[in-house]
Write a protein that binds this ligand. Structure first.
Ligand SMILES: [Zn+2]
Length: 544
């Protein structure tokens, strides 16, 4: 039991905007009241929020492992001290850099007040590896999205117009992998990368000689996710990521999904204007998002400094390798997807980096509904999650933002709304929405992102500071599932988190066809394919 006394509570999901009140915790949950004898944590003068929920990150996967191996120089430059936990025990040290190892990832998220994180791109075949890494990532509840947009069996259903079988396959695959949601990366394009076709350049370009198009893939998967009543809709990385003029593809995809619940991820990387050359297309795309309540997005903000691109989008990684000359990995994951890695550095003085930085900020500052335009850096693609406090500062403090704008290369910023002097400053409640309440709602996590009775007791307590970057970088207390993990700014405990996953039902009539497919094409027999069910119960699906 614990009573958090007298903090200014920011709990936007329950309409609480800075009211000074007590928060009561018992048995890992928020409760309405406690006996007067309950222990007290004095939060007077401090800000109390739900624990952070990261809707899109790359932290626990075989691709992260490849990235860790690729970048020894980053690790050497970022020494990780093992934190002192309760009772004088040393934590595990791990390694750092933009792709830290499991323990470091958990400690660092907790150190920023984040208590839930989703890995956004897991190939089904590597799901077992991800569960092991997540088991090893303390302090956060974790789940992952399963890559399906270039999956051979799924593509066959799109080609044949087999919508019901596609839906049953989605349900089976989520259950077999212990995953949480459907991820689509460059629909059809990763499969094309494995052939002389190399990529799909528009949403109606067919894949080879088939009837498969990006439009067909996203429509079928969006309908499958929504018909199954999954807590989170399709999580979509559109075609043509990172290319000038790609706002046309992004808007066409949004029109294709018009009226269907869907989530567009790292929108910044998909919002470059048309008409030749590099320019911002943020205004067009955010206007569409603002007008369509069935859509949610996360921004994928670029932050200056080192980053590592880790994505299933093979064609993009090849382009990045060709243009940067940096180290490069591209991997084929049979029948399912691909994976690529290229380290990068975003520089203030580089014109394209500066444009990307500005486009992300434009999306945030022109967003009409913070519940649907969520904070991410697509860690570690646009920058490390360690940059979140600085990003929060850019959103909350116009003076800091304007100073930063003066330092960047302005060559490609003509027409950017940022140059018009966007004066908006996010409030503490809006920050609580884009980092906590909003992602929890979009993910369908009923007991996260808020502080009402019955919610998970995941709580962050910050001392008020004018310097918002410092304030959000060093919470005074972080409570995970009722346990105080950060105390007086120091990590003290590192409990194991829960796994977030779904187990939707499906028609067993799928199995003979799927078994025949596995027998014919897969190196892994169907009987050996599913992971053991996670120990935590599944998040319920809405009954269709
Ligand atoms: Zn990503």
């Amino acid at each position: 039991m614990l009573r958090i006394r007298g903090g200014a509570v920011h709990d936007p999901a329950n309409g609480v905007d800075g009211a000074v009140r007590d928060l009561c915790i018992a048995d890992g949950r928020i409760v309405d009241q406690l006996p007067a004898s309950a222990p007290v944590l004095d939060a007077r003068g401090m800000v109390v929020m739900p624990g952070g929920v990261d809707i899109h990150s790359h932290v626990a996967s075989s691709s992260c492992n490849h990235a860790r191996r690729l970048l020894p120089e980053q690790r050497a430059a970022d020494e990780v001290a093992a934190p002192m936990l309760t009772g004088g025990h040393r934590g595990r040290s791990g390694t750092g850099g933009t792709v830290p190892t499991t323990f470091t990832t958990g400690y660092r998220y907790a150190g920023l007040g984040y208590t839930t994180v989703f890995d956004a791109a897991i190939a089904p075949l590597t799901a077992r590896h991800t569960h092991h890494e997540m088991d090893d990532t303390p302090c956060v509840d974790a789940g992952f999205f399963v890559l399906m947009g270039n999956d051979e069996y799924l593509l066959r259903q799109v080609d044949a117009g087999e919508r019901d079988r596609a839906r049953d396959y989605v349900a089976w695959l989520l259950g077999a992998t212990g995953g949480y949601a459907v991820k689509i990366v460059n629909p059809g394009g990763v499969e094309a990368w494995k052939t002389p076709q190399r990529n799909l350049n528009g949403i109606d370009e067919p894949l080879g000689s088939s009837r498969v198009t990006a439009r067909g893939i996203v429509e079928m998967l969006a309908d499958a996710a929504n018909t199954l009543g999954l807590p989170h809709p399709i999580h979509l990385h559109c075609n043509n990521l990172g290319l000038p003029g790609n706002v046309a593809t992004t808007l066409e995809t949004m029109r294709a999904l018009d009226g269907r619940r869907s989530h567009f991820t790292h929108l910044q990387f998909h919002s470059y204007g048309t008409g030749g050359g590099w320019k911002s297309g943020a205004r067009e795309v955010i206007e569409w998002v603002n007008a369509h309540p069935e859509l949610s997005v996360d921004v994928g903000q670029v932050m200056f400094g080192p980053a590592t691109t880790v994505t299933a989008d093979g064609p993009v990684e090849y382009l990045l390798y060709k243009s940067s000359g940096r180290k490069w990995v591209n991997i084929d994951i049979e029948l399912e997807t691909g994976c690529g890695i290229v380290p990068l550095e975003y520089k203030e003085k580089a014109s394209v980096s500066a444009l990307q930085w500005a486009v992300g900020l434009e999306l945030f500052l022109l967003s009409a509904d913070p519940w649907r335009v969520l904070l991410s850096t697509d860690h570690p693609n646009g920058g490390s999650f360690m940059a979140y406090p600085h990003l929060i500062q850019l959103l909350m403090d116009r003076t800091v933002r304007d100073e930063a704008l003066k330092r960047v290369n302005p060559a490609l910023l003509a027409g950017s709304a940022l140059l018009d002097g966007l004066s908006r400053e996010y409030t503490l409640n809006e920050i609580a929405i884009i980092t906590r309440a909003g992602p929890a709602r979009v993910l369908g996590l009923a007991s996260k992102g808020h502080l009402g009775a019955g919610a998970d007791a995941d709580v962050t307590i910050h001392a008020q500071q004018d310097d918002k970057a410092a304030m959000f970088a060093t919470p005074r207390y972080v409570i995970k599932g009722g346990e105080v993990v950060v105390e007086e700014g120091q990590l003290r405990r590192a409990p194991r988190g829960q796994r977030l996953h779904v187990q939707p039902g499906f028609d067993q009539a799928l199995m003979p066809d799927l078994t025949a497919f596995f027998d014919k094409y897969s190196t892994v027999p169907l009987s050996r394919y599913p992971v053991s069910a996670p120990a935590t119960p599944p998040t319920p699906v809405r009954q269709p």
